[in-house]
Design a binder for this molecule. Structure first.
Ligand SMILES: [Zn+2]
Length: 177
């Protein structure tokens, strides 16, 4: 079922007017960036469930999955996948990760610009995770965002170092008939 949306809401969906994540993508709102390329941006959640909680967004505004190009959605998840692996290889020492995308207000999407949460997890962290989930960065020690982002970037570098192959390398390794 398609719900009625006001003209203002449709315009906002199309161009992202007043959208805080569009401003972050454009560099006009502050954020601690972990990764950036032509189409995607990853930055630390300002209300982290756990240290290293990162959001991955498309730079071009898309309010919900309904508005998101499917190829871009694939890239979005692919970066979330890489970040989950990087967190394991980072000084944050994650044992796992929760990847979560809340699509639509009914699903508790609070910022109307598609974003994928990547939340590092540690074995036996249920208590600190639950506290983090309930209070979202309002209790406990506030981790240093710059050091946290640097640790994740170092994890990405380690991940890249593990797989230095390029498409041409792969071709070379394929058996020739
Ligand atoms: Zn936006």
């Amino acid at each position: 079922m398609v719900t009625e949306r006001s003209g203002a809401e449709r315009r906002r969906d199309a161009d992202g007017d007043g959208c805080v994540f569009c401003r972050i993508a454009a560099g006009t709102a502050p954020a601690t960036t972990v990764y950036e390329d032509d189409t995607l941006c990853a930055f630390l959640d300002i209300r982290p469930i756990a240290r290293g909680h990162t959001l991955v967004i498309p730079k071009r505004h898309a309010g919900t999955l309904d508005d998101l190009d499917t190829a871009l959605g694939t890239r979005l998840f692919s970066l979330g996948h890489r970040l989950a692996k990087a967190l394991r290889r980072s000084a944050l020492g994650a044992d796992g990760a929760n990847l979560l995308l809340n699509d639509g207000r009914s699903a508790f999407q609070t910022v109307h610009h598609v974003h994928l949460h990547v939340v590092p997890r540690h074995n036996g962290d249920i208590r600190t995770f639950t506290t983090g989930f309930l209070f979202r960065g309002r209790v406990g020690r506030r981790p240093d965002p710059a050091a946290t982002a640097a640790a994740i970037r170092a994890g990405l570098d380690r991940l890249d170092a593990e797989a230095p192959t390029t498409p041409s390398d792969t071709e070379d390794k394929e058996p020739h008939a």
